[in-house]
Design a protein. Sequence first.
Lengths: 747, 322
Amino acid sequence: MNRHPGPAPLKAASSGGRFHRQLLGSMLAVVGLPLLVFSLLSAWGTHRDQRQALEQLQRAQAQSAALQIGHFLEQLESQLRWTVSLPWSAATDIDRQLDAARVLRHAPSIMDLSVVDGSGTERLHVARLHLNRPEAAADRSADPAFRQARAAGRYHGPVYFHRETEPFMALAVAGVQPDFGVGIAQINLKHAWEIVAGIRIGESGYAYVTDRQGRLIAHPDISLVLRNTDLSAHIPAPPPAGLRSGTNLRGEAVWRTVEPIPATGWNVVVELPAAEANRPLVNTLVRGLTVTALGLLLAAALALVLARQLVRPVQDLTAGARRIGDGQLEHRIAVEGPQELQALAAQFNDMAARLGQSYAGLETTVRERTRELALSNQQMSRFIAAASHDLRQPLHALNLLVAQLQHTTDASQRRQLVARIDAALGGINQLFDGLLDISRLDAGGIEPDRRDFPIQWVLDRVQDTHADDARAQGTRLRVRPCAAWVRSDPALLERIVANLLGNALRHAQGRTVRVGCQRSGDELLLLVADNGPGIAPQQQPLIFNEFYQLAPAGAAPHKGLGLGLAIVQRLCKLLGHELRLRSMPGRGTRFGIRLPVATAVPTEEAPSPISATDSAVPGGWTVLLLEDEAAVRQSTTDLLRAWGCRVCAAQSRAEGLRLLGGARPDLVISDFHLGGAEDGCAAVSALRGRFGAGLPALIITGDLAPAVREAVAALPAELLHKPVRAMNLRALLNSLLTRPPDPSRGV
Amino acid sequence: MQRRRHLLGLACLLSCSGALAQSARKPARVAYVSWFAPTESAQVIPLREGLRERGWEEGRNLQLTTHFTAGSEAHTREVLADLVRTGVDVLVVRATNAAHLAKELAPGVPVVMLVSDPLASGLVKSLSRPEGHLTGLSLQGPDLAGKRLEYLRSMFPRLSSVAFLGAADDPNVPSFVQATRDAARQIGVKLHVHLLPGIRALDDKVFAEMAAQGVQAVLVQPIFTGQHARIVAAAMQHRIAVTSNYAVFAQSGALLALGPDDAASTRRSAYFVDRILHGASPSDLPVEQPSRFTLALNRTTARTLGLRIPTQLLLAADKVYE
């Protein structure tokens, strides 16, 4: 029971690996996918929310800055307004100078201040750094500052860079009445720097101000302003509303919002570097991915653990099962793991135990059978020994008798010798009958033909058969009649009773033998009793054994092998009738057979027995004989011819047909084994095909096999087993040849 | 296997030491070189404060050395050469002479200058784009010349003769003189220019000369800051009013001082130092002009001289000393 141990371990490992991978894959997918999707979604959500928040914040800051710048300018305007709050003539120069000085004092961003009267003449010019100008120095009527201030009440001049570095602008305010004049101031916008310097967005966000042309006028880093930085390339004009992406001077990506200052046409720009703006997004993504990675790691670890938990016990199971399969039935599998797998292992162990048991059982059975076989072999040897022993005597006699016959010429002596040869033959025949019966019974070759019949048939027949023998022995034979009907096989039952009766006659010579029936309920007990010497209790079970013969005290030398009771036992078993024995030494022996009672059916008639002393075979019948054994063929032919038949004897059907020469045979007698390709049955079928299905056929064979019997019965044809008694053959021939034609067979 | 472990250990050690070295970075070396005398060492205080505001602590990440050369070119040269040799990250230079020397002797070193007129003295090409290794603050010395005279005139109704005291070796002198002359012409006063060879050559005799000329007031070039007490004392002996740029003059008895807020400007120079130490190039940093100007008056001096301070001057004044 050696299986191939080679590939098995590999297969186990690889299937474990594949399961590992599958489990790992599914767990990673189950954990990783949702986490990943969630992180991406939340990152996108964060980004969107953050953009909105940023836009709002930037707009708020920008608007605040715009307001502050507007306020800054308004403050300056209101300062200026002081200088034009009175008509020109109303104030003296000194007062005006003082006013101007005050304005310069309070507005550090005003670098110089001119007061122009209603006609456009500059009446006063006070400067912080350079010299004041004397009165009526210039005609400022054409100055756009004067003009526009007169027209609109105030004027915001364009931004210019003083000394190419500081952003200046002209600011003009007109008095309430035209003759109050116009105040024009030059503003150093460097002072507005503080407004935007304090604006913070997040950590690195800032705000700045550009003029109409995109030039920087205020920035937290004043150096950029002083450098006259031009941002018109970076910010499209008109600036788009809302949060936009762009690049700043340093080339960094930024998110910016532009808020216009309507009064001056400047823009407040609020920027946040994209690096910082995107930080929450990046953080969320990183967080999400970290969690995903951790989750994946966890899932992988879990998958590993789970897979190992599952795979190892499975591998243990596989290994254990293989060991059991290899024949180690005492191996028990132990697994750790889930309950289900442990239950499986327990089942395996159970199975292994049972396998072990059944093997043990098988071994025991084998041993027993072997013993029985040995025993039956022994019996067979004994059987053969006994048979050959019992055969020797009559054969020996035959040898002598035939030798004698050869030398004897006297007819009456010859007749005597023939009679003795016959007697010797009878013994041999009897022996063979017995052997045949036993072997047929053992081979299951006898089918009981059960029917309901009156028991009297059997009683009558045994009486007829044995009356003479009993009388000759001096034994009294009493057969009591019985009207009961029984269910059994009459022929086989007759055989049983005949054997018992024969036995009784043999052992109770000179005494009384009774045959009768006892009825009890629905059973009939058929008894054969004698008042002979009886059988000792310890020998009672043994008498049914083959060849067992009690040596009766003073009994006549018996005929037979001692098979009679063995046959009786087998027949009773076959028919299902219980066989009882009651005997005491010195008190006699009583055999009983229990038979089921049947209801009487009056129309039944006793079958006519095959009489051995029928008249001779009607002469003139043509018989085709097929027999491949020369001696048998010759002797059979001679016998048939002696009975008045015309015989065509052949070895095969072809030869037989040739010998017939177109004549139609009345009967076919064939051996079963013809030595050629065709057996007897096939030959008969072929002959029937040629001569009609009504052609009677008889198969004589020494083969006791049930298959042969079935084949012959299926033809249908009669069957006789060798050795065949001449009188039996004659009787059968008679019945075959005189039988009215059977409509089922056809003619 | 052994060797690998050794290598690993060595690598660890090196990286650790590298990290240590990184954290213990060399402190920034800043040198303040001033043309003025050591008596003016207080000049550097706003610089220190400004640097501290921006996270530069002396002893931690800053090494600030101060050098006052008191008007000596040789000494200034020596100091500069020395600094260049030993290595300096930023030079903060006060006064045009020193700045010119720094420009000459330390071409690779960024210089933050505090000078009167960088543009006129040729230290930078333009205020908005210096395009060199010098940047810093303009103290607008000559610009205010006119205004000073104007204020003087407002106090001296019959002002007719003024003097300008300058140092001949100072490159700013031409612009100072020019501006003052223009202003004098506009106002209608006579200007007498007195140039001393250098600030060391201050001699009281010059005031006697001025007095002989009938000078009523003297405008002192701010380069003489540090000797203001002596100047005032000497001038007042001859009843000559002193005006200059810086309030310290007024504090010491000068009648009037108009100039930028010196301390504020010095403090602002720290911004430049900080930017440069963070990697900005001086050529990218425009020269800044002062945002605030201080007008300082001395009432006692005015009274002594019999002068009345007009209201608008008082209004405009930031500091009034007694």
